[in-house]
Design a protein around this ligand. Sequence first.
Ligand code: HAM
Length: 420
Amino acid sequence: MPTQLQAPKGVAEYVPNASAAFLAVRDALSAPASLAGYGYVELPVFEDTNLYIRGVGESTDVVSKEMYTFQDRGGRSITLRPEGTAGVVRAVVEHNLDRATLPVKLWYSGPFFRAERPQQGRYRQFHQVGVEALGSDDPALDAEVIAIAWEGFRSLGLTGVRLTINSLGDGQTRAEYRDVLTRFLDTLDLDEQTVQRVKINPLRVLDDKRQDMIKKLADAPLITDVLSGEALTHHEGVRDYLSELGIEFVDDPRLVRGLDYYTRTTFEFVHDGLGAQSAVGGGGRYDSLMADLGGQDLSGVGWGIGIDRTMLACAAEGIEIAPEARVDVYLVPVGDAVRKQLVVLAASLRRAGVRVDMAFDGRGLKGAMRAADRSGARFAVVMGDRDLAARTVEVKDLADGQQTTVTWSELIRTLQERLR
Ligand code: HAM
């Protein structure tokens, strides 16, 4: 016998009923963005590798270690998208969306790919909903973006999501802070890998989650101590709006995030029910990304939320997201003569908005009724030869077993009424 094939290691895939929860989470996270005027973008799943090298940054783990990069048949270097922001900004520039009214507001959803070591909540193919708003420096926009995510979590019934925020300052602050931090890090006894990290991007060292490093970094200088007046005013603005919106947040001056494009506002949504991978989402501002990718010098702000991790957060809080029942009505043909009639009836009922399934393969009455029970349907509609002649069906309420005879012409209306 040929060996059975399996999905590649570490991919998140969903089959019913988990897939219904997947769609429900995706829709819950994106609905508040649509309400705020964000338009949907459907972007390629693979891009020119240079987009991520230039956009996300060579010093990041995402680009240096985790990209699925390959040569296509034309010898071009292609990368499966590890994140969405660089692709969105590329598309905005390519399609001149930034030449219309600003800010340009977009949302997206789909699979992303990172060659990480798989574990609970960390996959090689995972899924995000994301929003990006480009072309405005208004701190109210940072707050709007955060409020959209907050509303998505709230609408799912999640209560355990915490928001942490920071400001990485503008380009000048970052350069200054880099020097101050490097001087501090030079005084520490660091392993070789960390020394190399300091050389490429010292801010990333603050991201180190190892206990001994957390201890060593306890006295590290904080970026909030060196913020420029302008960056500070912006940050205060964002915090004020969040307070007005009643969105609780915790300042975390060490929050640097894993992608290089961030400036000023950065934030993360964390949940304690996920184990080691506590971030359900994250985002921030990126002042120079568009210019770095060859576009106008416009800033942007956005986030990406993991659908997979949000599902885990819901499970951790005992939130049942998707209803189990798949159909309302289950059709049961008794004998071959009625089958054609029931196939047509199924189509008419579905056109009328009733969710319908039926028994296939000439299954006997007993087996078909068992399948009806399992389908989660409220009613079984049984048709035999005698019904065919009388142009009727038997409608059986699967909850109480009550059975009534209904004419074909009355069936759609009767079911619609009883399902209401
Ligand atoms: P990120 O923090 O790299 O940001 O990813 C956002 C979210 O995607 C994470 O919080 C997590 O929920 C999910 N995620 C990331 N990697 C994995 C993985 N290996 N397995 C499961 N879930 C994962 C970004 O991607 C930025 N593009 C967000 C952004 C948008 N910033 C500005 N605009």
